[in-house]
Design a protein around this ligand. Structure first.
Ligand code: IMP
Ligand code: MG
Length: 171
């Protein structure tokens, strides 16, 4: 098998602009509310690091472990996490990408049992396919292709690429 083909579809400068813009909007919206960010690992780690450093209000942050992919094929959804105490807190879920929306739907249903003050979700990327659940805000849009880089992986690889790239397997 030949190595996969990687094509930059969103360059780093554009990601940076979009992430800062989203952080500015959210900073205004959550000023004085001390939100709690729940960062969905592993894919959202670089997005979260950049977004949160541009987010101005006081906040708390924790990380939850959810996995649903094996290679480029979707597998069983696993939530390997004990949720922190988020009673009466304004919770903001931070996701890398919303594809089918099943991960987000599952997370939102779990969170709705936890007596939060509110639940908001943001994602770096909106994949242009129908979703069963939608994030409240997205930084960027991508077409219906498999993407890697800026935290997103295929089998643990390519998370360190600074740009968002389309990955195509060549047989
Ligand atoms: P969903 O449940 O189908 O919305 O998929 C959500 C999760 O699948 C995301 O949080 C990603 O970790 C992963 N995922 C979906 N599409 C891609 C992709 O194009 N590249 C890398 N990971 C993806
Ligand atoms: Mg992933």
């Amino acid at each position: 098998m030949k190595p996969p083909r990687l094509t930059v579809i969103i360059p780093r400068e554009e990601i940076d602009r979009a992430v800062r813009q989203l952080a500015a909007i959210m900073s205004e919206q959550f000023s004085g509310k001390e939100p709690h960010f729940l960062v969905v690992m592993n894919g959202a780690f670089i997005f979260a690091a950049d977004f949160l450093r541009a987010f101005q209000p006081e906040c708390t942050i924790s990380f939850i472990d959810v996995k649903s992919y094996s290679g480029i094929n979707k597998g069983e959804l696993q939530i390997n996490t004990t949720f922190p105490d988020v009673r009466n807190r304004h919770v903001i879920v931070v996701e890398d990408i919303v594809d089918s929306g099943e991960t987000l739907a599952k997370l939102l249903s779990v969170l709705h049992e936890l007596n939060t003050a509110s639940v908001t979700s943001i994602a770096l990327l909106n994949k242009q396919v129908p979703h069963v659940a939608d994030a409240d805000m997205y930084a960027l849009e991508v077409p219906n292709v498999f993407v890697v880089g800026y935290g997103l992986d295929m089998d643990g690889r390519y998370r360190n690429l600074p740009d968002i790239c389309q990955l195509e397997l060549s047989l």
